[in-house]
Design a binder for this molecule. Structure first.
Ligand SMILES: O=C(O)C(=O)C[C@H](O)C(=O)CO
Ligand SMILES: [Zn+2]
Length: 276
């Protein structure tokens, strides 16, 4: 497991690009046959990319979690951004199509990730936060997520939000998670931008050719910094930071939040003209 130590609201302003990346951006998450885990001190999130090929891949614990098994004190959200696969939780198997989600409840002991076809593997993207109570493991097909249509073609931000792990669909402890798909020709996500002091957030851009980029905006609205992100790395946003971005073409991303509340609409709204 990699460890990412974030920067605070004062120090990020004086950091070079490579220092900001070290503090907030993971390494590339997907390697065939591997699980790549990153721990961030932003709300004690764990981020992982899991790409099984011939063999299944178990979710391992780590000495710094001081837990007998990964979910002993944690909840987990997983979205499959690759081809078909399956996730088995304590003997129960869930088929995972592209963009399906699964919520794995605290105290689930054995979690196994598998691809249906080793030559066309699944890519399981995982975000986990500490959990305080035991709930149920739930599979959420993309069609069962709550859909929100936002933006317009004229402002290059026409997009669909799919909220799959959220109150009313999944009884999670703090995790709220889903995906946002930008329409062809639209490039701006989270425009107009926002913060939410009650929650932190992790973005992971994908469905973008490897030589294209998303210029992710972070920081306080009056001190914005940008990082050019390749697909399939994740970036953590502290509670004080905006999280928005503009791509060199359209793309999709997974967002995941942890914190004080689970109200998706609880945002401190900004306008583009607030940004400096
Ligand atoms: O494009 C958007 O707008 C988003 O996807 C917003 C994220 O879901 C978010 O930041 C929720 O707090
Ligand atoms: Zn947000």
């Amino acid at each position: 497991m990699d460890f990412m130590f974030s920067a605070d609201i004062r120090s990020y302003k004086n950091m070079r690009n490579d220092e900001l990346r070290e503090a907030f951006v993971t390494q590339p998450l997907f390697e065939p046959g591997e699980i790549k885990l990153t721990y961030t001190d932003v709300d004690r999130g764990v981020i992982a990319g899991i790409m099984p090929t011939e063999q299944g891949i178990d979710l391992p614990t780590h000495k710094e979690l001081a837990a007998d098994y990964f979910c002993q004190r944690r909840e987990v959200g997983v979205i499959n951004i690759g081809a078909k696969g399956q996730v088995t939780v304590d003997g129960q198997t869930f088929a995972m199509e592209n963009k399906d989600s699964i919520y794995i409840a605290k105290e689930s002991k054995n979690v196994l990730f598998e691809s249906d076809d080793a030559d066309n593997p699944a890519k399981f993207y995982l975000v986990s936060y500490p959990a305080h109570r035991v709930t149920n493991t739930v599979h959420v097909p993309k069609s069962k997520a709550k859909k929100m249509e936002l933006g317009a073609q004229e402002t290059s931000n026409e997009r669909t939000i799919f909220q799959s792990i959220r109150p009313g669909i999944v009884d999670s402890c703090q995790l709220v998670m889903g995906i946002t798909e930008l329409k062809s020709g639209s490039v701006w996500n989270t425009k107009p931008p926002h913060t939410h002091f009650r929650r932190t957030e992790i973005y992971m851009y994908f469905d973008l050719p490897s030589d294209e980029r998303v210029f992710h905006l972070m920081g306080e609205p009056k001190e914005v910094r940008s990082l050019a992100l390749q697909p399939e790395v994740a970036i953590a946003s502290p509670s004080w930071s905006i999280h928005s971005g503009v791509g060199t073409q359209n793309y999709t991303f997974v967002w995941a939040m942890g914190g004080e509340n689970q109200e998706f609409d609880d945002m401190d709204h900004l306008t583009v003209s607030d940004l400096k």
